[in-house]
Design a protein around this ligand. Sequence first.
Ligand SMILES: Nc1ncnc2c1ncn2[C@@H]1O[C@H](COP(=O)(O)OP(=O)(O)OP(=O)(O)O)[C@@H](O)[C@H]1O
Length: 225
Amino acid sequence: MRINLSHVTKVIKGAVVLDDMSMTLAGGRIYGLRGPNGSGKTMLMRAICGLIRPTSGEIAIDDRLLGKGLAFPDSTGALIENPAFLPQYTALQNLRLLAMIRGVATEASLRQTLTDVGLRADDQRVFRKFSLGMKQRLGIAAALMERPRLIVVDEPTNGLDRDGVAQLRGLLTRHRDEGALVVLASHDRAELEFLSDEVFEISEGRLAAHHGRTEEPTESTGGRQ
Ligand SMILES: Nc1ncnc2c1ncn2[C@@H]1O[C@H](COP(=O)(O)OP(=O)(O)OP(=O)(O)O)[C@@H](O)[C@H]1O
């Protein structure tokens, strides 16, 4: 997959929230978005997922224009803000319901995805009783359950304990190594640097800087081998 943003600008109620952004993203890489609160990271992620349309400029996914030939990128898994789950359903029941939309994930893969994020498929507790971290884990599971080619995750480490962060690292790098294009926003600077093959710095809706991996992580920092 290849995503090309060309001079993307988004104006909401007179405020420029994305300002002339151009970038090219390719499958098999993790892209980190860094920037202060309100700088436009979430808006950029929404635009890439086809959830908002740029006021001007274009987004092409594998040479098809979003909003023209293509409504949404094919095969996308996204965790953006609080995902909606049914409070009276268990984790597995919630995933089953979401999986019905596309009919891609099997029962076995849903169960495996729950295990991958550190939840138990047979846990009878319902979503409304979940801790913050469990909700976040389910959100990650929902984003990854169909093995999407595009993964967009906004602050995925929110609420996660150390084990949860380690599991997330393993999952994102595994999907990346299998060819997925991963876009990640995080305020955890060390985590973002560790995971990202390239980092985009965003400031006031603009692309302020772009750099590749500065140093290879060592094995002692875990995750990648
Ligand atoms: N629904 C909306 N209507 C109008 N303006 C909005 C709306 N949602 C966000 N904005 C504005 O868009 C700008 C970018 O917000 P965005 O949520 O993309 O920031 P962010 O970088 O993700 O911030 P954070 O680090 O807090 O998550 C902000 O100025 C915000 O006020």
